[in-house]
Design a protein around this ligand. Structure first.
Ligand code: NDP
Length: 238
């Protein structure tokens, strides 16, 4: 059997697709999300599904410990769980800003800290952080979300430098628009309909499998090759 892969936010979208792909490649999996019933409904073999909110550091660490007892050390952690609440800063609630920073930034730090000591000690391992094109350039109504994703890029590159000597890879994957549940949590119907029109004007967006293929490509390079960053987007996206 291959090495253990951990995926956060595997209950829908990109994470769900990646779980299926990594399972087909023969990896035992630890899948984390709040909607554990959606993880279990995937029906994947050699897979531990755990209801974990990534903002809960202790629960995250406990889940990693349970999975490593069962399947051995984590070889790949994909910090994919994310929340996008679009809004203009003059009207958006502070609760929405906090929710995004808690999940997209602190949740990702929780994940890295849960696996890095063992990876450094074993002198191998890979962390893949899912950022966004919104972590490379700004978009209207995205101020707080862009802030979280610019942070993901900065944190990932900083940690990559910290652990390079330990033979641990830190990779950032930055997708453009992908068809998933992500937009559905935005509360402004005007912003949602504007975003939907933008997607139509582009003639469609990426599918989750396009992103999961990029993650798989980066991971499946030999350990001495670190693809530091992949930015992928619909060809017609500006
Ligand atoms: P989805 O909304 O389909 O998936 C988001 C996942 O994150 C869900 O499985 C959700 O699970 C999980 N999640 C959210 N909050 C938490 C939490 N507190 N604890 C644990 N899990 C959580 O969206 P995508 O698949 O599109 O998003 C995946 C990643 O891709 C995100 O980081 C997103 O920012 C990024 N991305 C997406 C793009 C797009 O256009 N779709 C573009 C660029 C980047 P549950 O609710 O069950 O907890």
């Amino acid at each position: 059997m291959k090495n253990l892969v951990v995926i956060t936010g595997a209950s829908s979208g990109i994470g769900e697709e990646l779980a299926k792909q990594m399972n087909a490649q023969g990896h035992p999996l630890l899948l984390l999300a709040r909607r554990v019933e959606k993880l279990e409904a995937l029906g994947l073999s050699n897979t531990l599904c755990m209801k974990v909110d990534v903002t809960d550091k202790e629960a995250f660490q406990n889940a990693i410990n349970t999975a490593t007892d069962k399947y051995g050390p984590v070889d790949l952690l994909v910090n994919n769980a994310g929340l996008m609440l679009l809004g203009q800063v003059d009207v958006q609630s502070a609760a929405e800003w906090k929710a995004m920073y808690d999940v997209n930034v602190l949740g990702l730090l929780n994940g890295m800290q849960s696996v890095l000591p063992s990876m450094k000690q074993r002198n191998t391992g890979t962390i893949i952080n899912i950022s966004s094109v919104a972590g490379r350039k700004t978009f209207g109504d995205h101020a707080a979300y862009c802030g979280t994703k610019f942070a993901v890029h900065a944190i990932s590159e900083n940690v990559r430098e910290e652990v390079a000597n330990n033979n641990v890879r830190v990779i950032t994957i930055a997708p453009g628009a992908v068809e998933t549940e992500l937009l559905s949590h935005t509360t402004s119907s005007d912003i949602v309909s504007g975003y939907e029109s933008w997607k139509k004007e582009m003639g469609g967006v990426l599918a989750p499998i396009d992103v999961s293929n990029a993650i798989s490509y980066a991971y499946n390079q030999p350990q001495n090759v670190c693809i530091r960053e992949i930015v992928l987007a619909p060809t017609k996206q500006q």
